[in-house]
Ligand binder design. Sequence first.
Ligand SMILES: Cc1cc2nc3c(=O)[nH]c(=O)nc-3n(C[C@H](O)[C@H](O)[C@H](O)COP(=O)(O)OP(=O)(O)OC[C@H]3O[C@@H](n4cnc5c(N)ncnc54)[C@H](O)[C@@H]3O)c2cc1C
Length: 328
Amino acid sequence: MSNILVIAEVRGGTLKRSSLEAVTLAQELAGATGGKAIAVACGAGLDAAAAELAATGIAQVVAIDGPTFEHYSGDAWAAAIAEQAKAHGASGVVMTHTAMGKDLLPRVAARLEASVATDATKIVFEGGAFTVHKPVFAGKAVMTSKSRKPVFCGTVRPNNYAAASAGGAAAEIAKVAPPAGDLLAVVKEIVASSSDRTPLQEARVIVSGGRGLKEAEHFKLIEDLAAAFGPGVAAVGASRAVVDAGWRPHREQVGQTGKVVSPPLYIAVGISGAIQHLAGMRTAGTIVAINKDADAPIFKVADYGIVGDAFEVVPALTAAIAAVVASK
Ligand SMILES: Cc1cc2nc3c(=O)[nH]c(=O)nc-3n(C[C@H](O)[C@H](O)[C@H](O)COP(=O)(O)OP(=O)(O)OC[C@H]3O[C@@H](n4cnc5c(N)ncnc54)[C@H](O)[C@@H]3O)c2cc1C
């Protein structure tokens, strides 16, 4: 039992980029356990996504593909995936810490009587055990824990592993029909609030605004800066102060009571850096803070700080980034 199963998410036939990060993790773990990394995906119409997974150098792809699996069903998917984990002798099951990951992986773990760790920033296999690194106390400390059960399940925070890319021989794809039986709950329809928005937790860059922007209309500065990075790269985030004020929707809130994000680049504009905000972004790769108060706590976690007025700094930064992007 040393194989590693990675659960890949497919939406509308498209493989989620963050699942390719989990593939990298699975490959690393399989290298350490001496087993194989096997990807499993659930859905309907998985051919393209399965082929993309198969091209990553993973050992095998299992596509549980059929009309009854068109929409997510926690119970049914967990049962099918747990069956695959047993059939493939998996000692580890991993996936990305997305909304689905939070719901699905603990269900799989329960069926496998496995240990479960969620929202890790690093998972390794050393000394014969899976070891998890997870930020705790609003990101002020990192807890390290070891799994003591024969099977381990874990989710990893997006943007902590490089996405696996195509290369090497294509792996075998096993197409499996979803198990028959009544689903406890059936999702009839998913209505997306907007199709062209980059999801906050998957964005490579997040530009967040706070109360320092003074009023809702001034968020245009933040949107323009995010847009300057090019389509699909950056997302807009917000502090709770501006969400509570009704300037921005809650889905954009970063922090303890919002989303926990870890993009390679996080730009905080007019945000003081309260501990509850830091809880949601301090594991970002590079943090840039723009604030007119040189003593603002955000500068303590920032890699680069600009002490200045957002209304002067942000337009200049937007123009500079747009020029760099245009020159590429
Ligand atoms: C239980 C609990 C949970 C919470 N959860 C969250 C959460 O999830 N996320 C979150 O963000 N907060 C959360 N908070 C709220 C948090 O404590 C802060 O109140 C909030 O983060 C402050 O938002 P802000 O930085 O936008 O506003 P402020 O603290 O008011 O900071 C505004 C900043 O803008 C700067 N500024 C002003 N004008 C300019 C200018 N022209 N140019 C540049 N800078 C300027 C100021 O110097 C200041 O630093 C939570 C609080 C509690 C109690």
